[in-house]
Write a new protein. Structure first.
Length: 153
């Protein structure tokens, strides 16, 4: 198990608690909108619009791991609410505010309420590569075949 350490932002509503797994088998922990005092009415996003939704948190991720932010499937299916940079990556050396870029890809305005579950976070291991330049690449059966080259769709 990996330990992710959090601190509250000044003015955050601590009553909503830390991210949490909804079930024992959940891969993602739910993140909640946590608007600062004076903005607790939330925000309404129009179709096609996006906004940065605060969580009221900062976190420390251990070296060798990242946190990925992903949409919540129910919000995506029912309302078209998604994360345009999904999966969003938070690196282990970032210590700033944890915000979620939310986009309304639906047909109607959507109101994000204070405390609403808006995204899920996945903790994942990171493998860094070494990059090298060569004169040629090895051959494969697929070769340079691109989009759709391996069959239908």
């Amino acid at each position: 198990m990996v330990l992710i350490t959090f601190v509250w932002e000044d003015g955050a509503d601590r009553s909503h608690g830390l991210p949490a797994y909804a079930t024992d088998g959940a891969a993602g922990a739910d993140l909640r909108a946590n608007f600062p005092e004076g903005q607790r009415d939330g925000v309404t996003i129009q179709p096609g619009q996006r906004c940065l939704v605060p969580t009221g948190l900062r976190m420390a991720i251990p070296e060798g791991y990242e946190v990925q932010l992903r949409p919540r499937s129910g919000l995506a299916l029912k309302h078209g609410i998604t994360l345009p940079n999904s999966p969003g990556t938070i690196d282990s050396d970032y210590r700033g505010p944890l915000g979620v870029i939310v986009m309304n890809a639906g047909d109607e305005a959507f109101h994000i309420e204070h405390g609403m579950r808006i995204a899920q976070m996945i903790v994942a291991p990171v493998v860094q590569a070494r990059f090298d330049l060569a004169e040629t690449l090895d051959d494969t059966a697929r070769g340079a075949g691109g989009f759709g080259s391996t069959g239908r769709g």
